[in-house]
Design a protein around this ligand. Sequence first.
Ligand SMILES: NC(=O)c1ccc[n+]([C@@H]2O[C@H](COP(=O)([O-])OP(=O)(O)OC[C@H]3O[C@@H](n4cnc5c(N)ncnc54)[C@H](OP(=O)(O)O)[C@@H]3O)[C@@H](O)[C@H]2O)c1
Length: 278
Amino acid sequence: MKQSLTTKTAVVTGASSGIGAALARELARAGCNIVIFGRRKERLEALRKELEDTCGVRVLPFSVDIRNERKMASSIESAANTLGTIDLVFANAGFTIPGACEQLHPDDYRTIFDTNFCGMLNTLYPAFPHLKQSGGVLVIVGSILGEFGIMERSAYVATKFALRGFYESVRYELKEAGIRCLLAEPGFVRTELRYMDKKGNRLEALTDTAKKKTSHGIAVSPEAVAAAIVRAIPSRGYRKRIITGHATIFAFLNWLMPGPLSALVYAKREFFRRKVVK
Ligand SMILES: NC(=O)c1ccc[n+]([C@@H]2O[C@H](COP(=O)([O-])OP(=O)(O)OC[C@H]3O[C@@H](n4cnc5c(N)ncnc54)[C@H](OP(=O)(O)O)[C@@H]3O)[C@@H](O)[C@H]2O)c1
């Protein structure tokens, strides 16, 4: 796929860190002009400079809260006017709210849906006519947690199931419109995903409890995930791709023997709960 990305224009949301920043680097190396979104202006500006200097591509940074539908629409329109087209859209921005359902409030669920699900819609809708015109690609970054749930992640898991539900339905319509679609479902990745409060505001550092609850043993690098996502872009139609070896094993277990996987998920949470209480 890399070869055919040269001179294409890609929109990447959540590009100020983690998988999004790695996607922007991967696409820029392949010759794409990139439109990068996130709230942290300094991070976007640093990435713009890095990619323009090292890859010689054009990079347009937009510091916009993805929940702001109007600003997302005007930014994407302005980017399309400047760069002439939009060929690829990576709907990647997201965050997580850990916590047991009983400890959360319905507003917490509304807040996370506003970013993780409606943020994808706020990106797709203004880009839709451009993708239709270019015969482009929509990539939705879901999660392996869109395949099965784990304890104390119901808010996050619900948004990732919603993204999968959206993909399962819209892929047929996108195919008819000449737009290719990829649902990428990564496993655990070493990023800043948990550096957020319940309102979706950035934290400078993880709390000690959050640090102890983080199991980074099997997590992979955002660079490896970004490369796998770009490789998985279908040459026609649509595709769902589970990314990382451990996520593939979990998905297989979930399909073959969901009972033992549930027992494993429960046992793991109990283990970490005891570690945090100590
Ligand atoms: N890390 C994992 O283990 C993992 C696994 C599977 C899937 N994923 C998915 O991968 C995607 C990227 O996450 P990541 O792991 O790379 O975490 P990350 O480093 O925290 O990146 C999240 C990105 O989303 C942006 N974002 C969050 N809320 C936003 C808002 N309201 N407005 C605009 N931008 C917003 C952040 O930018 P600002 O903070 O600058 O706004 C940041 O660039 C997410 O959809 C996540 O669910 C992650």
